[in-house]
Write a protein that binds this ligand. Structure first.
Ligand code: ATP
Length: 235
């Protein structure tokens, strides 16, 4: 289980998170929804060690991980698939995928996981020697998710996986994340602008506003909550 307790983070004195606490189980998808600037990405960056919390604690499977370097957090089994994908545009699909495995020393396992990526995204296999910049936004998102799989994590942090994608592709990408979580029994903390779809594939969710968690609970219950509907679901 991933635990975040009383997390407070500031950017040069400006408070971005103020006492955020949440729980996310392995084998389940937990969504974090909220308006732009609410602090969702800051939560993910704090968990993956890209930002240091001023106050608070982050734990994974009973061990404290706050304060550890990002590579050590990857070694503990947490993988951050960032907003904007962060691919190397002039490297091939295959090399971008292998970047995800750079901390591993098990060639056979790496080969198995490459097969797994090609199972979820067959088109990446067909075009694995093409450079990443020549792919569409949706295809680049597949590469970014595939790179995450190559780290063989126990827990994924997805930041806006659907950003910039056509509506049909958005559903595809989120369904693949759901299928992966189910097949691999890994955990997912999902930040997603499309709150409707995010809640559909999640078991639990948290709603953030201005650096605070303002609501939490079963994703289905939140989806039918009138305040959530009005503020975040456009219903
Ligand atoms: P979005 O949905 O727009 O990505 P978010 O909920 O992920 O928003 P964050 O990116 O976590 O929000 O930002 C939380 C707050 O911290 C915002 O007020 C933002 O302006 C501020 N912030 C984020 N990154 C920085 C930074 N590098 N320097 C200063 N302030 C920042």
């Amino acid at each position: 289980m991933l635990t975040v307790d009383s997390l407070t983070v500031d950017y040069s004195g400006i408070i971005a998170l103020d006492g955020v606490s949440l729980r996310a189980q392995e084998g389940a998808i937990t969504s974090l929804i909220g308006a732009n600037g609410a602090g969702k990405s800051t939560v993910l960056k704090s968990i993956s060690g890209l930002l240091s919390p001023r106050i608070g604690q982050i734990g994974f499977n009973g061990e404290t991980i706050s304060g550890l370097a990002p590579d050590e957090i990857v070694r503990r089994g947490i993988c951050h698939v960032p907003e904007g994908r962060g691919l190397f545009p002039y490297m091939s699909v295959l090399d971008n995928l292998l970047v995800g495995a750079h901390l591993r020393r098990d060639p056979a396992g790496i080969r198995d996981d490459l097969d797994k990526v090609f199972h979820y995204f067959p088109m990446l296999k067909d075009h694995r020697y093409r450079i990443a910049r020549n792919f569409s936004g949706g295809q680049q998102q597949m590469i970014a998710i595939g790179r995450g799989i190559m780290a063989r994590p126990r827990f994924y942090l997805f930041d806006e996986p659907s950003i910039g994608l056509a509506p049909l592709i958005v559903r595809d990408v989120l369904n693949t994340i759901a299928r992966m979580a189910r097949d691999e029994k890994c955990g997912v903390l999902l930040v997603e602008q499309n709150a409707n779809l995010a809640l559909d594939i999640s078991s639990d969710a948290y709603v953030m506003e201005l650096g605070h968690i303002i609501m939490a609970g079963d994703a289905k219950d939140l989806k039918s909550n009138e305040d959530v509907k009005k503020a975040y679901l456009g219903i």
